[in-house]
Design a protein around this ligand. Sequence first.
Ligand code: DI6
Ligand code: FE
Length: 399
Amino acid sequence: MSLLLTDATLATMTDGYGLIADGAVAIVGERIAWVGPQSAIPAPYQQFPKEHFGGRLVTPGLIDCHTHVIFGGDRAAEFEMRLNGASYEEVARAGGGILSTVKATRAASEADLLAAALPRVDQMIAAGATVIEVKSGYGLTVADEVKMLRVARGIGRARRVHVVTTHLAAHAVPPEFKGRAAAYIEEVAIPSLRAAHAEGLVDHVDAFCEGIAFSPDELRPLFAVAVQLGLPIKLHAEQLSDLKGAVMAAKHGALSADHLEYLGADGVAAMAAAGTVAVILPGAFYTLRETHAPPIAALRAAGVRMAVATDMNPGSSPIASLPLAMNMACTLFRLTPEEALCGATVHACAALGLTDRGRIAPGQRADLCIWEARHPAELSYRIGATPLHSRIFGGEIDR
Ligand code: DI6
Ligand code: FE
């Protein structure tokens, strides 16, 4: 019920890293009661059961604010075909691409999907995640979108991780609606949103705004329903081209616009004005061998908060490690390690509308990561390493 962590190097993330050397944290129940230097522990907390961390780095639990971790099948065969010289059309004709994932997801039961997702979720947890956002978007029928969101809630019951759900029926136009994107929004995206919301399965609404998916005009009716239901909006925007999705999202008061490789000055300004978080997804940039980087310097100059996430998905970003995504954000996009860690903690919370976690401060939920590291830059620096020592979730140490 109560715990005193001592001998820790704290990155509280309250002001940049917010470092406290020789720090201590008092936890009561699920919450942090006190944080400060070891030399100043108030008397009541000195009696608590102690855990000594030998100078190890302690950060807030990592928050993966953009994932598509639920899906049927995988796309490894397609990856191999491509590297053997197959074209996009050949891959599609052989049944590959996003629609192959849709087919496999439709064929899977809720139990199948949960069983397939949990090993990936376990990798995320092993890399330090304590919160994961989980999107639908591979069902593309009313029943299959609702099914995916039920599985998302199931992940939060099956593992010691907090799940935030996002309805993403507007992810792709399925073959049965080919050339009829507006009809798909009316007949599937909106009804599935209403049905899933009625079951309490939806925390946010997202869409893929792109030439190969939906235009801002096609998405407006969906977002009108989201606003009516009181659900916050997120948007996959400007990943492959500049359709002004981020401007539209910001006008709807969106929590975040995500990807943003082709974001223009107007999008940066609109996001800054609305307080919309820029979610940077270097795993997809890397996998797609994209060359046009998001306008990091402009976002930084405009004071737009930047989050970093894995975008874990079978096609464009089969990566489950937030520290690896942070490394990629630094190396590919020139984020500083401090920005990358803010992006996986405090700014990731902002992208999810969460205010009770992401920092080590009194009143915050006691979700913490203890690392085999002495300085927070090590988390971004070590390529593909998993330096997690242990995790505290809701005040309890993982055993
Ligand atoms: N952008 C992406 O990179 C993924 N979805 C999206 O909106 C791709 C998803 C997939 O290929 O399965
Ligand atoms: Fe995505």
